[in-house]
Design a protein around this ligand. Sequence first.
Ligand code: SF4
Length: 389
Amino acid sequence: MQSTKIEWATHSSNPIMAFNIHTNKRGHYCTKVSRGCSNCYAERINLEWGNKLEYTAQNAKNIRFELNHDELKKIRDFKKPARVFLCDMTDFAHDLIPDTMIIKLIATLIQARPWVHSLLLTKRIQRIAKLFTDPKFIQAIFTEIYGELPPATTQELFGTPSSQTVIRLGLDSQSPGAMFQWPPQNIHIGTSIEDQKTLWQRGHYLAHLTRAGWTTYYSLEPMIGPVDYENVKLPPVGPEVTTLDLPRAPYFTNYLRGTDDTPLVHGIILGGESGQGAVPLHPELPRTIRDTCIKHRIPYFFKQWGHWLPVENTKTPAWQHGGPPRDWPWNEIDPRIEKDPTEPWRYFALGKTQTGNTLDQRQHLYIPNRDCKNITQQEWLQTAKEHAA
Ligand code: SF4
C-alpha cells in the first residue's frame, strides 16, 4: 500500500500478484479485452519492473497468481481515512483469478475501518455482477471472516437483496466485525468503459450491482469514442444475461438513474488517453458526459485530457510548449466531427502532466459516493477525519 498521484484516490495497492513460474520473479498479469487495453500502462511497468511477461493469453501457462496477505492486512489495519485504489496492475476479475482468491480479498477489505474505502475496477463486470449477488458468495465471505454463517441470519442477509442489510453480531461494539453490513459500504466497484459499445456490453451489469446495494462507478479512462448514457441497448446474450435477467429490468431507460429515481451508478470518472499512440479527447465528449451527469444528479470527475491538449485558437501559447502541431484525422474516431466543417479544435502533444484537467474554465472533481453528492476527495477526507477522531 503506497500513496498515489491518482487524483481520485489517496493510496494504491496490488495484493494480487503473478509470479513467473520459470524465474520466480514477482509481477502482474492480465489479458486484453477491448480497445481500452491497447495502451495498458500496467503491462509496460510489468515488462520493465515485474515478472517481464507480456499480457498475452499465451503467457497464462507461465504465471501463478498469489494473494499478498501482508499487503491486505495493511489495508485492514490502516487507521487514517483513505481511498485505496486496488489492483491497478491487473484486472481482479480476470478469468484465471479463482473465486476463492476474490472471496479472501473482499473478506479482508470488509474488515477495514469504515473510513478506509477500497476502490476496485474491472472490465469483466459480468463475472462480478453474477458473483457479488450470489447468495453462495455472501455465505463464503461470512465464513471466511467468522468461520460460519449463523443460520438465524441467513434469511435476513439473503432476504433483501436490493437494500443494505446490517447484522449486529453481539460482539464488543468496538471490535472489527461487530457489525456485518451487506453489501459492504467501504468497497466500491467500478467498471471501465471507453465507448458506446463497451457501455452496452457492461452497463447493465454495473446497474445490477447498484440495485443490489453496492457502491458503483464508471471509469471512462481512456475515453476513446462518444458515449451516450441515455442510449440503452441490451448486452449480448450469454449465460450471465439469462442468470441475472437484466434486459427485462423495468428500471432501465438510461444507465444513470432508474425510473424510480434511484441512482444506477454513484459517480463517473473520465479521462483522455496518455502514452504512445494515444487518441486525443474531443472537448465535446467530456462536456456531454458532464451535462448528462448534471441532468441525472450523478457526481462527475474529469481527471485529465491525457496526451493531447485540445486548443481552439492556434495562436495560443500551447504552440510554444508542444511538439510540431498536428491535425488529427477525426473521421477515424468520431464520425460526428467529420460532418462538421466548422470544427475548430487542434491537438497538441504536451503529455498528461501539462495538459491538465480544466474543462470550460473549471475543474470537475466530484468523487463517486453513495449519496451522489457533489463532494471532492478533500471534502470527503475532512468528513472522514472527523468521524475517525
Ligand atoms: S484489463 Fe486493465 S490491466 Fe488488463 S490488459 Fe486491460 S488495461 Fe491492462
